[in-house]
Structure formats: C-alpha cells, structure tokens
Design a protein around this ligand. Sequence first.
Ligand SMILES: Cc1ncc(COP(=O)(O)O)c(C=O)c1O
Length: 498
Amino acid sequence: MTNCGISRWDDPAAINKALKNLTDQPIWEVSDDYYTNTILKYYDEKCKASRAVYEESKDYIPGGVQHNLAFNKPFPMCMAKADGAYLYDKDGNRYIDFLQAGGPTILGSNYPPIREKVIELLNECGPVTGLLHESELMIAREIHRHMPNVEMFRMLGSGTEAVMASLRIARIATGKKHIIKIGGAYHGWSDQMVYGLKIPGSRGLLESHGIPKQAYRLTDEVRPNDLGMLERMLKRNKLTGGTAAVIVEPVGPESGTRPVAHDYNKGVRALCDQYGALLIFDEVVTGFRVALGGAQGYFGIVPDLTIFGKIVAGGYPSAGGVGGKREYAELMAAGLATGKHRAYVGGTLAANPLSCLAGYTAIREIERTNACEAAGRAGDRLCDGLKGLIDRYGLPFVAYNQGSIVHLECTGAMSFDFSSMNIAKSAIGLLKNKAMMYERKDSMERMGAAYMANGIVTLAGSRLYTSLADTPEIIDEALGRFEEVFRHVKKTDKGLLK
Ligand SMILES: Cc1ncc(COP(=O)(O)O)c(C=O)c1O
C-alpha cells in the first residue's frame, strides 16, 4: 500500500501487560524539587504574557480556554505563531508541536500551499455563499478516489455532527434501534455518544451529567478487543429492536490508546454482516493520517459509513463529514419524492468553500508529499527513542505507536477499565477508583507541564502526533528534551487504591 504511515502493529496483549504493570505501581513523576524550582520557575519567569492573557480570559471564557486540550498545567500557554513543526507562544518561546491541534495538521502547522489556496479563495468569493461551490465536488471526488467505498460524501461542521448523522442514517437504513460503541471510545460529545467515554465500563457514569438517560438508552458499550462480548450484545439486542450500527475507532478507542488486535476490525465486520448491522468507521483521527486510504485502506476493510473530521478540512475550521455506500449516504437527501425517510442533517456553514478547498488541497498535498509515510516514520523514530529512554532510566512508562499516533503513558491515567466491575453494587469501589484515577490524571498533567517547559507540546501529556514537518533532526531534538524530563522522574507513594 502506498502512502501508508503504519510500518508495524504491536501486539495489544503486550502493551496491555505493560500498562497493567504501570497501573499496579505507584505514580512515577518529576520530583517536587524539579517541578517547583525548574518547571514552575519557567512558567513564572518566561511565560508572563501567556499568564496575563489567561488571567483575564478566566473572567470571560468558562475555564479560561475554549478547548479542553488547551487547559494545561499550571496555566495554558497563549500561542502567537505556528510554523511547520513549531509553535511560538506570546512571550516568544518556541515549542516542538506534537499536539498538532489535536490531529488535523499532518502537513505541519500553517502549511503554505493550503494557506495560499485559502487566501486566493477568500479574495475571490469569501468564505461562504450558502450555495454550491465547485470545491464541494472536488473534495467529495478526491475522497472517493482514495477510499473507493465512500461513494458519496456530505461535508459537515465537525466530527461530532458527522457521527450524529451516521447514527440517524443507520437507523433509517436498517430499521433497527441500538447502537453499539466500544468502551472508552471518543466519537464526539453528542448525547448518545458520551456514554462509555474514556473508561470502558463507565457507561453513563463519568461524563454524562446533564444528559437525560433516555438519550443514551439505546447506546450499548462493549469491551475493547472483545469480539465475544460484541456478539453477545448483538444477540441480546435482537430481542429489543436490533442493532442499527456498530461504531469503532479502527485503531482502538481514544485514538488507539486502547490498542486492538490487527484482525479485530475484520471480526467486527463479519459480526455486523451476520447480524445485519451497519459498520461505521470513525476515521476522524485516522483518515488521511494512518494512510491516504485511511484505516480502512490499511486494514483492508469496507465499512458501510465513514466519519471524517480533522484533516478533512486541512487544519481549517468546519472539519467534519460522513460518507459511504451510495444506498446509505443518499438517505441524507431522501424525502417525500424518493419514498424514503430522510436523515435530516445540515448546518449554516456546512460545506463552505473554505473548508472544502482547504481539505481538498490538504489531501492532494498529502499525496504529493507522501505525508502519511513521512509522519509515520517520524512517529516510529519518536516511539523507538522514547522506549530507549524509558529503558535507560528504568521507568515503568509505556510507549507505543500506530504510525504518527504516538502514545506515551507515564501514569496510566487512561488505562483503567470498569468493564468487569458491578457498578450498581460497588459505589464505594467506584468512588475510590475515581479518586485514584484523578490522582493519576493530575500527575499526567504535571508531566505535560514538564514537557511544555522543556519546549514540547503534547496532547494532555500522553499523546504525540507527528507530521511531515518532523525531520529526524527535530525528533532527535525532542528526544533530548524528553530525556531532560525523564532524568528528574522519581517514584512516589501516590496513585494506588486506598
Ligand atoms: C475519533 C473521533 N471521533 C469524533 C471526534 C469528534 O470530532 P470533533 O471534535 O470535530 O467534533 C473526535 C475528536 O477528537 C475523534 O477523535
């Protein structure tokens, strides 16, 4: 396969064993002395402009930032410039950017060929007219070229919206009711999908405050990597309205934080066929990242519907879309005249020329530059380097990657699983688990602060996206900075169940 960013697939059992070893131990983190006298000192002395913006933002913006990923300890950095592999904060400090805005900028930040096309378009017709623009056709045709089973594509405003649309299509197409998701997966923040967020088995417990139970009554959760449990759920649902769709993140829940076996998706496809459910691939992260043909190209699986986001708008706003087989995708344009029910979707700025042209240009550039492969090579180099450092310093940390998606688990905050816990019977156990997980999350953020103070931006201190801009020299520079942090890590007595 050309332009594929995944050169190897680690055994999930080995990764899970290493993660279990990590969570069986107390937390290892940067020492109090280093944190107070070096890290916090950096923020105090070198980040005064960021702090000033944040202090005022707290009065006007809930939490002081507009994005969950921007909330970094001890306070969020205010970025002023983005260029290739680097970000620069308002005080002029330079960082190697492994957050990549949460994934969209696989070509590097503020990539000139996209910017130039966008400026041309803005000069010509502005960002939006509300009517058809040729760029809408260009991106739909381009996606079909790389993912042939995406016969039709509808651009939307975000991955969250695209997931909502796909569930509606699946219910109309199958006439069935239930949706099965994989525990811990992220499919955006719609009422139905916050169920089972982050922690498998957490069902409606952790993040679903403010959502009526009825909204997720027909959402079911199964344990990652467990085809037996999926089949039992499909069987059980037959008695209560059937399963309209199984939705997966193809490299595993939470962007592969919970890795799956290489043939897992094949098993899911077979079960969907057996039980008459649609298979939805959520490729918001993986589309045009793990390969130009997405995870579906890499695994050789044909999903019924595919969800897009992030790279689909080339790092520009309004990044979302749903596509798939004609008979399903067409339902978004059904209605009385067609004799079929319509899956109603829309949005004032859906399919604006700006996002479509930026996305189209990005996909063309990814193809021209072989960006998935280059970013994947950078991810392998980063991951191998991190593993080397972890060994050298005798740390229990776990590093693994799916090409340009690199995971660095220092506290295991994301590795818990409530699936086998009888939550109804063990409220106290749940509370204790929550307290312990928050302690680990807190520590993960402290590690994130240490990376940031050493010039590395991560996604919440535990995930790193690499891009075309990450040359071997930049990766090696980053590894030197990670080493500086790891040198100061000590075992604590925190993070175990009390
Ligand atoms: C796998 C996956 N699906 C859906 C979404 C939601 O996309 P958006 O943030 O554009 O709503 C995300 C966002 O990170 C994601 O990672």
